[in-house]
Design a protein around this ligand. Structure first.
Ligand code: DGY
Length: 323
């Protein structure tokens, strides 16, 4: 039997690429750059499977491929809002993602961001590297204590729960949760968390708010100027979910006019483009989408894609089918 053909849109960890090559006819995008809608369309006409990442936009335009050769889009990553769901359904394509294997590492980055922004670590590092540090003094870069404060988590999936575990068991934080569906009392009990009914109810009670919900149209600008206004004036906003969840202009206003304590972002609307106004905000920490960027997570994500491919091509229901 001829091995299925697969297109990998970005370079993957070497061990995963090697294993993929054992069972498939692999075409690598050796340029390691995001693919254009035209390239994606061509790939869908050509290969049995396409293995994209968050940087490839599989929009309705890109998925306008009647009679596509591709039967499975196996996404390298947990978020799949870059894949147009109605178009994928219309084409009868199976779509899978890679849950679980990156939850801990993404929660680690959310914790990193929370600590950095609260303790002004980014400002401190910038000052030191610029050669402006004049030495210890009682009033220098005084931040905010994290331990014992209240953390609000928006989206209580696997990553949100890992964040809660770190915050509650490591830092003695009280955890409030907003989630679209009801979380079971058992799961909430792991971190003594309380679920509230609306984001509007959550925001005014929190010292830190961390976003862990999916991106996409449903959650676009979930955090807008009205909701930023509901936050305590010294509270911090952390985003490791998707850039579009925050209305960026409103956040810039809130930061520039000290309407909130600060923000820490790992994801950006339209990334990797960064608004020049964000760069002007001292009370902001920014990372270049590092949530899952550990050797362990990136390999595990690749092997999880392989598991989904073998499920599919051996006639089983893929374990992480999302569409
Ligand atoms: C994810 O897995 O969704 C990460 O954001 C990378 O795509």
């Amino acid at each position: 039997m001829v091995n299925p053909s697969v297109l990998v849109t970005r370079r993957w960890p070497a061990a995963v690429e090697a294993q993929l090559a054992e069972n498939y006819n692999v075409v690598l995008n050796t340029g390691d750059t995001p693919m254009s809608p035209a390239d994606i369309r061509q790939a869908l006409k050509t290969y049995d499977a396409v293995l994209p990442t968050v940087t490839d936009t599989l929009s309705a335009e890109a998925l306008d491929v009647p009679g596509a050769q591709t039967k499975i889009i196996a996404n390298y990553g947990v978020g799949y809002s870059h894949i147009c769901e109605p178009s994928a359904r219309e084409l009868g394509m199976t779509v899978t993602n890679t849950p679980d294997v990156l939850s801990e590492c993404t929660a680690d980055i959310a914790m990193t961001l929370m600590l950095m922004v609260a303790r002004r670590a980014g400002e401190g590092e910038r000052e030191l590297r610029a050669g402006h540090w004049t030495g210890w003094r009682p009033t220098h870069l005084v931040g905010t204590k994290v331990s014992g404060k209240t953390l609000g988590i928006v989206g209580y999936g696997r990553i949100g729960q890992e964040m809660a575990r770190r915050a509650h068991h490591g830092f003695g934080m009280d955890v409030l949760v907003y989630n679209r569906s009801q979380i079971s009392p058992d799961v909430l009990a792991h971190c003594n968390a309380t679920q509230v009914d609306t984001i509007d109810e959550l925001l005014p009670q929190c010292d830190f708010v961390s976003l862990h919900c999916p991106g996409g149209a449903a959650n676009r600008h979930l955090i807008n100027s009205r909701r930023l206004d509901l936050m305590k004036p010294n509270a911090f906003l952390i985003n490791t979910a998707r850039g579009e969840v925050i209305e960026e202009r409103a956040l810039i206003q809130a930061l520039m006019f000290d309407m909130i304590g600060g923000a820490a972002l790992d994801v950006f609307d339209g990334e990797p483009r960064i608004s020049p106004d964000l760069l002007q905000c001292d009370n902001l920490v920014m990372l270049p989408h590092l949530g899952s960027a550990t050797r362990e997570a990136r390999e595990a994500m690749g092997f999880r894609v392989l598991d989904n491919l073998s499920d599919f091509f051996q006639g089983r229901e893929p374990r992480d089918r999302v569409i």
